[in-house]
Design a protein around this ligand. Sequence first.
Ligand code: GLN
Length: 483
Amino acid sequence: MSTSLLIEQMTIREASRLLSEKQVSSVELTQAVLESIRQKDGEIQAYLTVDEEKSLARARAADEARANGADGDLLGVPVAVKDLINVQGDPCTCASKILSGYTSLYDATVIARLRKDGAVFTGRTNMDEFAMGSSTEHSAYQTTRNPKDLSRVPGGSSGGSAAAVAGGEAIAALGTDTGGSVRQPAAFCGCVGVKPSYGRVSRYGVTAFASSLDQVGPMTKTVEDAAILLQSIAGHDPHDGTTLNEPVPDYLAAVRNASLTGLRIGLPKEYYIDGTDPEVMASIRKAIETCEKAGAEIVDVTLPHTEYAIAVYYIVATAEASANLARFDGVRYGHRAAEPGSVFDLYAKSRAEGFGTEVKRRIILGTYVLSSGYYDAYYGRAQKVRTLIRRDFETAFGQCDVLLTPVAPTAAYRIGEAANDPLKMYLGDVFTVPASLAGLCGASLPCGTTAAGLPIGVQFLAAPFREETLFRASQGFVLASGN
Ligand code: GLN
């Protein structure tokens, strides 16, 4: 078996079995991942940086721990990390020139937790600059290609993580999802992506884009692997006051007990409208049939404020981003312009040189919607409509356990096709942003391919903090569809 084949199929579950049966060491496993990266990343360009020495040192430590009797699903398992999550001593550029050369001073809580469980961090994955985008084309450094068709985008903003997992360059990865950035790239590349409920996972040490929406989520080959990663990273964190202070349920048990029998699956009529690619819709219809045959009850529901979600999201997210990105000023972090004429000039030049076009667009938009005179008309109003969107979901979840929808209106598009048309790209987020605004948890699972072989994803959504239901439904669907 060639090394690349090994990593292409390797899951966390399988890796941990091989490790605990001593059939393979963490060093061997990590070497296999690094070898796959060497072979494939020239073409796919999923990684921004890989530090082989450091990865192997982490693997050696995991092997030693196992030799001393330690065990665990993640002990010695290599994991790739999106380049906006801080890993102490590693670069963290957020795919932006403004953070070029920046090294993290501390571990994000999700990293500290994975580290405690013995995961081996192998490299930093590419993304849209500061997670703003849906195709990873807004990276300041490189264009990641979809491993299933190199002429196409991997989705975004966690496109590097998705491409690494789907392209056989990682066993599993972390991404972040503000308005769809875990779910949509998972769908475009054909892997599993889970966005936890807002407040389930700590944002401490995760570079902020839109603080009321951001969540870290697993990107994996199986639902079970996503449960393993979420089990490790979830839970209350004193460093993040928005995390829920309650015990984390047993997600692996939810996966083991998965079944669709008696599960009420809601189909929101606003998500089944013209405009979605017919091949995508055909796969979604097939997924619904599969669920029904497996004993699920299909219910029609309505989310009447869906049509406002994109507008609300692009007001709230840009407003928060404009405030969060104020810290990149040439003084405290990152790039500083040479020979500024004044302090104002230092800020202006450093930011003009450091940020890319999409980030600037959003800072300008966000500053505008927050400015006095426009605040009430835009930001204040958007917050009110956000409440209506959340209430729509509350009502719907009175009638069903999960919702089933497409992840995106199309499969992966060609590189360059939407890059210069921001509105077109924003509209592609129509099925993912409403759940983000409402703080729901959601999963994206492969559910078929187009005639050209491009992956199609189905989205399951569950009420806030109902990840167990989400895992039950997701794994139930995988088992029923034989995927
Ligand atoms: N595509 C959305 C945006 O550009 C979502 C990004 C994200 O989830 N980070 O804002």
